[in-house]
Design a binder for this molecule. Structure first.
Ligand code: PXG
Length: 299
């Protein structure tokens, strides 16, 4: 596959973007080539959804953004309240009721050298658009994934709990998935335990117990993951945060992924082996319905 094929997904030129305090047309929403977000992936971001005109769990996203920024010693030049208002202003400027919001904070313009001490003001921009990560029919049929050879970043290198602009770890894993003809890959950690997928958290179900790796396994604490755990608790379904091995994936009765873009999606095959009977499981389908109700404000 040629990963540099012409871009068929050109952004809508009428898009309005929030950039450093102003909402501007896309063509004017430009970033300086000396910005360390671009030169070094030095920055943090959030991917957020709006459903029916309401932003899903905005506070939790802003909290995670603040923690990511704190972890990399990046000062965000706006308060959470101002970020929330800017997010709403950006979706309103684009008349979006159901869509996807990308909120990014970069280290800002600096010199050609990694030192963040030689950068100016951090940049904040917000894009409000659409996202469809996986084909619709996979939500009915289930998706196939693979185990990949690229391990997740060691938590003491760049913690996977930081949603940073440096996604190369995940991109290398994603390339492996695409080469294998699937959309996602399970990444294991340095100890061989399951961490997460390239842009989604993973859950498995065996003998009625829903399991997902603990954050100490080195994974992003997904907002969708948290929402699904709350739904499990509401239903009184047995749930454990526990280290999982590849074996646990192979013997699971059901599996699913969670993410802001993916929502809740069934996994029915891993490494070419069917999970359970190869069909989306009962509990997974129930959770998909519960999640739908939750985001639509019926939860
Ligand atoms: N792990 C990783 C590595 C992620 O990037 C999740 C888990 C799920 O977290 P949330 O909070 O979204 O439930 C993510 C989020 C994209 C895209 O452009 C990726 C994510 C979210 C939105 C868009 O591929 N990943």
């Amino acid at each position: 596959m040629n990963f540099s094929a012409p871009n068929q997904f050109a952004p809508d030129p009428n898009l309005k973007v929030f950039l450093n305090g102003h909402i501007v047309p896309l063509a004017q929403a430009t970033i300086n080539v000396f910005d360390h977000g671009l030169l070094y992936g030095d920055g943090v971001f959030e991917g957020i959804r709006a459903y029916g005109g309401r932003v899903f769990r905005l506070e939790a996203h802003l909290q995670r953004l603040a923690e990511s920024a704190r972890a990399i010693r990046l000062h965000i030049p706006m308060t959470p309240q101002e970020l929330a208002e800017a997010t709403l202003d950006t979706i309103n400027a684009n008349r979006i009721t159901d869509g996807y919001i990308r909120l990014v904070v970069t280290r800002g313009v600096g010199y050609l050298g990694v030192s963040p001490a030689r950068t100016g003001n951090p940049s904040v921009f917000i894009i409000a658009s659409q996202i469809e990560l996986y084909p619709r029919e996979l939500y009915e049929k289930g998706m196939a994934i693979i185990s990949c050879s690229v391990i997740r970043n060691h938590p003491n290198a760049v913690s996977p709990r930081i949603k940073s602009l440096n996604y190369l770890n995940n991109i290398l894993a994603k390339i492996e998935a695409l080469d294998a003809g699937v959309h996602e890959a399970v990444m294991y950690n340095h100890l061989g335990y399951v961490a997460e997928c390239t842009g989604d958290n993973i859950f498995v179900i065996r003998k009625g117990v829903v399991m997902t790796p603990p954050t100490a396994a080195g994974l992003l604490e997904g907002i969708t993951r948290d929402a699904v755990i709350e739904l499990l608790e509401k239903r009184g379904l047995p749930f454990k945060e526990i280290n999982l091995t590849r074996h646990d994936l192979y013997v699971a009765d059901e599996a699913f992924l969670t993410g802001t873009a993916a929502e809740v999606i069934p996994v029915t095959k891993i490494d070419n082996r069917p999970i359970g009977d190869g069909q989306p499981g009962m509990i997974t389908r129930q959770l998909i319905a519960d999640f739908r109700n939750l985001v639509n404000g019926r939860g």
